[in-house]
Design a binder for this molecule. Structure first.
Ligand code: FNR
Length: 190
């Protein structure tokens, strides 16, 4: 079983991105164990706080460091990603030289009610993550347009075609973590 640290870029109780993450978790239950990171408890990024780092920051960094892979589930805000997600990325990237992200196998998904399904936000996020050396899976890309009933209350994707596509995504992400996790271990041993 691979441990995946999951960052959902919405704090809403009824977030469609949280629901989408849970649908992926259900499809992945034999392969991936999801840990949802509490990014809502983090303070706004401030270098000064490293003098006495908040427990929420230390927990975030510990959970990312312990994970085999990271998954970003992003809403789209103003064609970009929400500030709460950017803030979490900043915290885990610091202090300089002690980033938790370096070489982590990762993937981006997202959903919105709009037809482009967070595609614009994901371009920004991909660019941001390339600066901190997350080993991001390129394909398949997931731009999921949420429609009523598409994910039911037990987190099942009700449309067969969408479910098959997302199952394929889960399998590829699991293989991606395997492949790049081994690379990280080899690099650490050298
Ligand atoms: C949005 N929304 C939105 N949707 C989109 O497809 N493209 C966009 O650029 C934006 N911009 C945007 C800005 C702000 C400030 C908000 C609050 C919302 C709508 C957004 O997709 C919708 O509210 C989703 O439900 C947000 O995701 P969660 O919170 O349900 O996961």
């Amino acid at each position: 079983m691979q441990n995946v640290a999951v960052l959902v870029g919405s704090l809403r109780r009824d977030s469609i991105n949280l629901r989408f993450a849970k649908a992926l978790e259900k499809l992945a239950e034999s392969k991936l164990k999801f840990t949802y990171l509490d990014i809502g408890s983090l303070p706004h990024y401030n270098d000064d706080l490293w003098a006495n780092p908040p427990e929420s920051v230390l927990t975030l960094k510990r959970q990312i460091a312990a994970a085999d892979g990271v998954l970003f589930v992003t809403p789209e805000y103003m064609r970009d990603i929400p500030g709460v997600l950017t803030n979490a990325i900043y915290w885990a990237a610091r202090p300089y030289g002690k980033s938790a992200w370096n070489g982590k196998p990762g993937a981006i998904v997202g959903t919105s009610p709009g037809v482009i399904g967070t595609a614009a936000a994901q371009v920004h996020l991909r660019s941001l993550l390339s600066t901190i050396n997350v080993t991001l899976m390129g394909e398949p890309q997931v731009y999921f347009q949420t429609k009523p009933g598409l994910i039911d209350d037990s987190f099942t994707v009700t449309d067969e075609g969408s479910r098959a596509f997302l199952q394929g995504w889960v399998d590829k992400f699991s293989a991606w973590i395997d492949r790049h996790g081994e690379e990280r271990q080899q690099a650490a041993a050298e």
